[in-house]
Design a protein around this ligand. Structure first.
Ligand code: FES
Length: 146
């Protein structure tokens, strides 16, 4: 944390890049990092917490060993992402915004993966998948072996 704070502390608008770096490093932004970030950037704890809770992207708890993200933004919604999310929930045994009890997988809604022209899109771990049909989602989840 000290290294990340040192990297960002003097930059204007440092909070978001710092939170991204923390989540990249740890997989989430731990609650006990909020006071450190607050002090390091000269912001109130409420400001830091407010940004973490406002952006769906940031996690406050550790993710599962694998992460499935289903795009819920407009283009993907128009192409069936709500049904894909419901299917993913059934196939993974995991509610949206949650991690399965065994820690194997997290299911997260996200708001645009940059593949709007090829909707609906999902991301499994670091790999994005475009034009995902129900059949393709079933194959992808099966290949995850969760
Ligand atoms: Fe889903 Fe952009 S709206 S990828």
């Amino acid at each position: 944390m000290a290294t990340l704070l040192a990297r960002h502390a003097q930059r204007p608008g440092a909070l978001l890049p710092l939170l991204h770096d923390v989540q990249d490093a740890l997989g989430y932004v731990p609650a006990d990092s909020v006071p450190l970030i607050s002090e390091g950037l000269g912001l109130s704890r409420a400001e830091v917490h407010g940004v973490i809770s406002y952006y769906h992207f940031f996690r406050s708890t550790p993710p599962g060993r694998q992460v499935v993200q289903v795009c819920r933004a407009e283009a993907c919604q128009a192409c069936g992402s709500e049904a894909l999310m419901a299917q993913a929930e059934r196939l993974l045994g995991c509610a949206p915004h949650a991690t399965r009890a065994d820690g194997a997988v997290s299911l997260e809604p996200v708001y645009c993966l940059g593949l709007c022209a090829s909707s609906p899109a999902i991301q499994i771990n670091d790999r994005v998948h475009a034009r995902v049909t129900p059949e393709r989602l079933a194959r992808l989840v099966s290949d995850m072996a969760v």
